[in-house]
Structure formats: C-alpha cells, structure tokens
Design a protein around this ligand. Structure first.
Ligand SMILES: Cc1cc2nc3c(=O)[nH]c(=O)nc-3n(C[C@H](O)[C@H](O)[C@H](O)COP(=O)(O)O)c2cc1C
Length: 351
C-alpha cells in the first residue's frame, strides 16, 4: 500500500457491490463527486527549496485538541459494512496513528462500545432531531461517552443516489432488497414525490440555537459552502465550521469544497476555525487546503477503504501514508510549519 488509492480496489473486492456503491456513490449525475477530485488539478503547488521533511513541524491546536497533524477522520455511517467491528475498528486504527475520529450519530456500533475500544481524542457528529428532548438525550449520551466536541451536520437535505437505484433494479442491494420484499410502498406524497429527502427539510438556524445549550464543548457546523453562512455561524456564536458537500452526496452541482474554501475562510474572518472535507486523498491535497486557509482536513472515504481492506491496521497505514505525504509536500513547498503554509504556497486557476 503506497497511496490512499491502493486501498480502494482491495476494499471493493472484499464486499458486495451494493455495499461498495453505498460508500462510493454521489448524488444524481455525480458531478460534484467528480469535481471534488478535479478541483485539485486547478491548484498548483509552488516549489521552494531549503526545508527538509525532518525539519517540518505539523503540530497544531484545534478547539482544545493538540494535533500532531491537522487531520481528522470524518464521520460516516455503516462502518460495519467494512469490518465486523465497524466504528470501533476505525477508532483503533485512528488512535494508533494519533488521529482524532469524529464518530457518526448513526454509527453501526453503539457509542458506549466505540468509546471503550480505544483511547484517542474523539468528537461526535449529530444529525438534527426535531424533538428537542430527544436531541438533548442524544447529545448528552455522546458527551457522557467522551465526545469533546459536537459536529452538527446541516447538509444532505436533497440527496438521491441513482447508483443505489440501479443496484436495486439489478437485484443486488441487500439493504434495498429487504424493502422490496415487503409490500410495494404507497405512492409518495408532497416533496417526496420529487425525490427530496423530506426527513431533513425542516432544518433552521433557530434550531441550531435551540440545541446550543445542550452542547457543553465546542459546536461545529458541517456542510457550510458560502461566505454568507460562515458569517452567520460566527454571528450566532458557533465554534467552528466544516466546509463540506458530504463527499458529493448532497445537492449535485454544488461546487467542490476546495473552490469555495477561500470564500468561507474569508467569511469566518479568522474568528473560528474552518475545517474542510470532500475528495481529500493525498498529502498534497491537504497542503493545498491548508494554504487556502483551512485549519484541518477530514478524511471520509479514504480511511473507509483502508478499514474495508485491512481493518484497523489498514486505517493506521493509510493515515501514516497521508501524514508522510503531507510532511513531504510541506517540505517541497519550503514550509517548515503550518503557520508558514500560506496562500503563496499555491496558485489557483479555478474555472
Ligand atoms: C458512506 C458514507 C457515509 C457517511 N455518513 C455520514 C454521516 O453519517 N454523517 C455525516 O455528517 N457525514 C457523513 N458522510 C460524509 C463524510 O463525513 C464526509 O463529509 C465525506 O465522506 C467527505 O468526502 P470524501 O469521502 O470524499 O473524503 C458519509 C460519507 C460516506 C462516504
């Protein structure tokens, strides 16, 4: 295993197509999914001599976390599709590579078990639950089991995954087959008729304010793609932003996160940290985002491929590969510390 990409075909070979597709798919035509990767071609690195990889210091502090590298594991569901120990196995691999993990609210292993399976720093992700009492209960549960920050995901309101529909038509999806075996569903009503995710259409800024008192530590908002929304996050007192299009799984034809990162960073005005995810695979990808103002990068599919390929040891190896690449790319751009990694390390040519 020499790059993150090497893990994907092994992961693919280890599981039924429908499970792989659940992870790989993007919304609709998958334009944003592809664009998340294409965007890295529109950002050049500026090579400068004079810094050796051994001299590079990648340490940083993020909302109370001391990080050796500005890398976290993005939250993602159904990790038991990848490994029998699911999220616990991911957490073990992350801890072995000194990388914090953000556990998904829909983790396939209960949070109590995940928490007991390793010792590294851990945040929890939360999908809005309309009933405030139930929201409070879930947030308290995550925090009681060691989440030192909460990531509230606000995107993915309009997703439709055509790959999964095709898998169902070909009879290949165990998850959808169960539904298909049941009686035919009644004809959809209202927005559902148009393929819109009705269970998430009610989100509001007021709701985020309402749950703020239930969160004792930092509260980050995941799924921000504009300067306007970044400003609102600052004004309303949230503690961090994750620029994310959910790995191309939310509204298709939104831009790549790399393209909008500079405007979101400008909107946040240096008042709160701006993290980013969607499409990050290589150390040099991370250097580009950090140069454009990110405080850290979250990895979604890459560690999932590693978990599906080789379990916790795979996750550890994947993270060590990306860490080494990141250090090397920093050295080649002549940057000895994250503070020195500014916009002069890149030249952007977005279309
Ligand atoms: C299979 C899968 C499941 C995901 N589940 C969640 C989730 O439950 N909550 C969430 O906030 N994001 C979820 N995400 C999005 C990730 O947190 C992250 O935004 C995305 O994977 C980043 O893009 P990348 O996969 O290209 O790195 C999921 C992503 C994938 C691929």
């Amino acid at each position: 295993m020499l790059t993150a990409f090497d893990f994907e075909p092994i992961c693919f070979a280890n599981m039924p197509l429908a499970r792989y597709d659940y992870m790989a798919h993007g919304s609709d035509s998958e334009f944003t999914l592809r664009r998340n990767r294409e965007a890295f071609q529109w950002v050049d690195l500026v090579e400068r001599p004079g810094v050796s990889p051994a001299a590079v210091n990648t340490a940083t502090e993020l909302l109370g976390l001391k990080l050796e590298m500005p890398i976290l594991i993005a939250p993602s569901t159904n990790q038991r599709d990848l490994h029998p120990e699911g999220d616990s196995a991911m957490y073990q691999g992350a801890t072995a590579a000194h990388t914090p993990m953000i556990v998904a609210s829909g983790s396939s292993i209960p949070i109590q078990k995940v928490a007991a399976s390793a010792t590294g720093p851990r945040w929890s992700q939360f999908y809005p639950i309309q009933n405030l009492g139930a929201a409070r209960d879930q947030l308290e549960l995550f925090q009681a089991h060691g989440a030192t920050a909460i990531v509230v995901t606000v995107d993915q309101q309009t997703s439709r995954y055509e790959r999964d529909l095709h898998d169902r038509n070909l009879g290949g999806s165990p998850r959808v087959q169960r539904g298909a075996a049941a009686a035919a569903p009644p004809a959809a009503q209202g927005p559902a008729r148009y393929g819109v995710e009705t269970r998430r259409l009610w989100y509001s800024w007021k709701y985020l304010d309402d749950i703020r008192p239930f969160i004792k530590g930092p509260m980050l908002i995941k799924g921000i793609l504009t300067a306007e929304d970044a400003k609102l996050c600052v004004e309303r007192g949230y503690d961090g932003i994750i620029v994310s299009n959910h790995g191309g799984r939310t509204l298709d034809y939104v831009p790549s996160t790399l393209e909008v990162l500079p405007e979101v960073v400008a909107g946040a005005g240096g008042k709160i940290p701006v993290l980013v995810d969607s499409g990050f695979r290589r150390g040099s990808d991370l250097v580009k985002a950090m140069a454009l103002g990110a405080s850290a990068v979250c990895l979604g599919r890459a560690p999932r491929w590693a978990l599906g390929a080789f379990g916790p040891a795979g996750v550890q190896r994947l993270l060590e590969i990306v860490q080494t690449e990141f250090r090397e790319a920093m050295a080649k751009t002549g940057r000895a510390s994250l503070a020195a990694l500014d916009h002069t390390a890149v030249r952007t040519d977005f279309p």
